[in-house]
Design a protein around this ligand. Structure first.
Ligand SMILES: [Zn+2]
Length: 318
């Protein structure tokens, strides 16, 4: 699932490309993806344009120029956003395979068509993701109902985390970090990375953590998320397990498609290879069976914690 750094990366990239472009036509291929009435959705968006893009946790908030509405987009488990114009393709969201680069495809659920054959595609294999219009005045209430503070907003303070964790005293730290109602943005990858960074076992109960340990967790959350954004988030490619350097393997794919041009402007890779991918910087996630990078003694294990596949080192995480 795309987490805060991946959603922030696609937000920044879309903001460069789609603002103020007139939406000429709206194509809804799966009504389930639209929360609310499809007819209203099409009516509000057609002829409108996007004036700005915000983010709250993993939720994207498109500011519509006319009509007093915001468009909420949540990618959930398998959602992807693909913007395509004649020169490039901007991609963000769920793990990519080569077939995802061809749009529309069988997982395309909604398309916003701009002029000159430019379009924004919402692909979603499992269809848990959604697009939803809310009236501007209702936005605060809708967001507050489902999400706590955003993990990178100024409102996320150490004091806030101490207080939020007190309310989750009996749960595991992993479950507490994943709970979007307390803190919005952290998912499976970054919860494991934060636990590793602070030397805490993910299944440790929150009420066994000292105030100073929670302070460390607070700092690690900000550090890990910011570093991931710097590297364009974590997106595994289908080539990952068979290639030593997946990002560059896909860069090669991009070059093959369109030599010298930036065919792939997506966040995980650029065709010039200038931009990497956070998968290379993961310290514990997806490293099952490999030697621990910190203590060099333990082997990274994977177990279910908070119903999610969870990675940790038994030797140096307590
Ligand atoms: Zn270790």
């Amino acid at each position: 699932m795309p987490e805060l750094p991946e959603v922030e990366t696609i937000r920044r990239e879309l903001e460069r490309d789609i603002l103020n472009q007139r939406i000429g036509r709206v194509e809804v291929l799966a009504a389930k993806t639209i929360h609310g009435k499809t007819g209203d959705f099409i009516k509000q968006l057609t002829g409108n344009s996007i004036a700005g893009i915000d983010r709250w946790g993993k939720l994207l908030i498109f500011d519509l120029k006319k009509g007093g509405h915001k468009l909420l987009i949540h990618l959930k488990m398998t959602g992807q956003l693909v913007y395509k114009d004649t020169k490039k393709l901007v991609f963000g969201g769920h793990n990519i395979s080569e077939s995802d680069l061809v749009v529309p495809n069988r997982f395309t659920r909604v398309v916003l068509h701009f002029s000159n054959h430019k379009a924004l595609y919402f692909n979603d294999m499992r269809r848990f993701g959604f697009m939803k219009l809310v009236e501007e005045a209702d936005l605060g209430g809708v967001v507050a109902k489902s999400y706590g503070v955003d993990a990178l907003s100024p409102d996320f303070t150490e004091k806030y985390l101490q207080k939020a964790l007190k309310k989750r005293a009996k749960t595991t730290i992993k479950a507490a970090l994943l709970d979007q109602k307390h803190l919005a943005g952290i998912g499976n990858i970054y919860a494991d990375e934060v636990c590793f960074a602070t030397g805490i076992l993910p299944n440790r109960r929150v009420n066994t953590l000292s105030v100073s340990k929670i302070k460390e967790i607070y700092k690690a959350i900000k550090r890990v998320l910011n570093l991931a954004i710097k590297h364009g988030g974590t997106t595994f490619t289908s080539a990952r397990r068979s290639q030593a350097k997946p990002a560059y393997a896909l860069a090669g794919f991009g070059e093959a498609k369109e030599a010298q041009s930036q065919f792939l402007a997506g966040h995980f890779v650029r065709s010039d290879g200038a931009k990497g991918n956070f998968t290379q910087y993961l310290k514990v996630f997806d490293r099952t069976g490999q030697k621990c990078l910190r203590c060099k003694k333990g082997i990274i294990q994977k177990n279910r914690v908070a119903r999610r596949g969870t990675h940790f080192c038994q030797k140096c995480q307590k």
